[in-house]
Design a protein around this ligand. Structure first.
Ligand SMILES: Nc1ncnc2c1ncn2[C@@H]1O[C@H](COP(=O)(O)OP(=O)(O)OP(=O)(O)O)[C@@H](O)[C@H]1O
Ligand SMILES: [Mg+2]
Length: 456
């Protein structure tokens, strides 16, 4: 069996690993680390919960440990970008644990926290900066940080980072980074059209694919109920009662929907709370911390918690609403069954969500076992109102093949990807960091920039 030492990691890192629970590298780590150590660009695809963070974090730290002089004031040697504040914080914690006993300086910047304090921390320079794109742009605009000497760029949740919600921010950031650098992209999903965009950001990359992109983690037991929207609450209640005391995440489509559902569950006596983009950073952090330590049993979340979040005790994921981005199903259910653990994922599909459900099965290339009801006939599905919507209103934002409409604010999906047409908007512009091969814009044209989240 391959060991971390066999992969060629520095003795300092091997020493730091001794104080973690990591004994043997996971497949994505075995297959990626040697390439990253050699300086290759890389796209790494592996199921949720299989250790992608260390697959980029460890070799990155190894390369930085080789440099003996400290980074200059405000300079950054390596940049890791992730889509949400919570994920940035988590990556920071994980990477920080690997730097124990080394002089490597790690800094983190996210929205919702004091920019002046972040600026002060950046003033001394950072070996590794972990950031959400929005806050990093704010700091770049203020001249508080320089990426002029940044030799490494990592995009965690790469397909999401290259999607319309973030691509503009990413292009802005890329302008500040030298073209000569090592770029690493990691995710559990990689839709074909995003992969084309990704290629333009990589130079002669190695592609490491441990499992087909979009394959859910091995030990997740999945199921779906076809149920009228109005029956979902009681169905969820029965599941939560059946598994009382076991940590569960319930995914709702909108911030308003998440709040409403959390209130309903609290009213029914469950220890539940919501996390979404409209809650203050303090509330977000407190809720997640309580859930992490087990004092909160049920976390009701929008897609803000769909990607990357690593909470080993999560046993159940409920898709109360189907995700409007099919790949997010894989990420949502991947919040359970991490690092080889077991977990269950139950989806509730109302008639109006049949289209989303079918899109999910297409990504999975597999049918989800039916636990209740039967797939809705297309005429029933088409006649149904979308959750949170008035049947007579125009529908939009994230619905396949539809343009964003005048949806009431409360019913806006969070963290979704809209697929309405907007020609070639995702192409990295020539000469502004679109390093590498010219971009093929054709399939990018299917995605629109209507999405929130880039100002993390
Ligand atoms: N070699 C290892 N040995 C033991 N545990 C590990 C190892 N590598 C990672 N882990 C643990 O596995 C869990 C999942 O790791 P990580 O969050 O990096 O997964 P991921 O592949 O990035 O998942 P996602 O796609 O959901 O972001 C973490 O708790 C991490 O500490
Ligand atoms: Mg991850």
């Amino acid at each position: 069996m391959t060991t971390f030492a066999d992969l060629g990691l520095s003795p300092k890192l091997l020493k730091a690993l001794e104080s973690t629970s990591f004994t043997t590298p996971t497949p994505i780590q075995v297959q990626s680390i040697p390439h990253v150590l050699k300086g290759r660009d890389l796209m790494g695809l592996a199921q949720t919960g299989t250790g992608k963070t260390a697959a980029f974090g460890l070799p990155l730290l190894h390369r930085i440990l080789d440099i003996t002089h400290p980074p200059g004031p405000r300079h950054v040697r390596a940049l890791i970008l992730a889509p949400t504040r919570e994920l940035v914080q988590q990556i920071h914690e994980h990477i920080f644990a690997f730097t124990k006993g080394t002089p490597v300086k790690i800094t983190m910047v996210v929205g919702g926290a004091s920019i002046n304090k972040q600026s002060e921390r950046l003033s001394k320079g950072s070996d590794v900066l972990i950031a959400t794109p929005g806050r990093l742009i704010d700091l770049l605009e203020r001249g508080d940080v320089s990426l002029e000497k940044c030799g490494y760029l990592v995009l965690d949740e790469a397909d999401h980072m290259l999607d319309m919600g973030f691509i503009h921010a990413l292009r802005t950031i890329a302008k500040h980074i030298p073209q000569k650098r090592q770029t690493l992209l990691f995710s559990a999903t990689m839709p074909k059209d995003i992969e084309e965009i990704a290629e333009a950001y990589l130079r002669d990359p190695v592609r490491v694919q441990v499992s087909p992109p979009g394959k859910p983690a091995d030990k997740i037991v999945q199921g779906v109920h076809f149920t009228p929207q109005g029956d979902k609450g009681r169905l969820l209640e029965s599941y939560l009662k059946k598994h009382e005391g076991e940590a569960a995440i319930v995914f709702a489509r909108t911030k308003h929907g998440a709040d409403k559902l959390a209130k309903l569950l609290v009213g029914w006596g469950f220890n539940a709370a919501a996390i979404h983009g409209n809650r203050s950073q303090n509330q977000r952090e407190r809720t997640l911390a309580e859930f992490r330590e087990g004092s909160l049993a049920v976390l009701v979340a929008t897609d803000v918690a769909a990607r990357g979040i690593d909470i080993p005790l999560v046993r159940h994921v409920y898709n109360y609403d189907m995700p409007n981005v099919p790949e997010n199903y894989v990420h949502r259910i991947g919040r359970t069954a991490r690092a080889g653990a077991e977990g269950s994922a139950v989806a509730f599909c109302a008639p109006a969500e049949m289209e989303e459900f079918m899109a999910v099965e297409k990504v999975l290339k597999k049918a989800i076992p039916v636990l209740g009801g039967a797939p809705w006939a297309m005429d029933v599905a088409k006649a149904a109102a979308k959750p949170g919507q008035n049947r007579n209103r125009p529908q939009g934002g994230g619905r396949p093949g539809q343009k964003p409409g005048n949806r009431p604010q409360s019913a806006k999906p969070e963290g979704g990807r809209s697929q309405a047409a907007k020609p070639a908007a995702a192409a990295p512009a020539k000469g502004n960091g679109g390093f590498g091969a010219p971009h093929k814009p054709a399939s990018a044209a299917r995605r629109s920039p209507a999405r929130s989240g880039a100002r993390g």
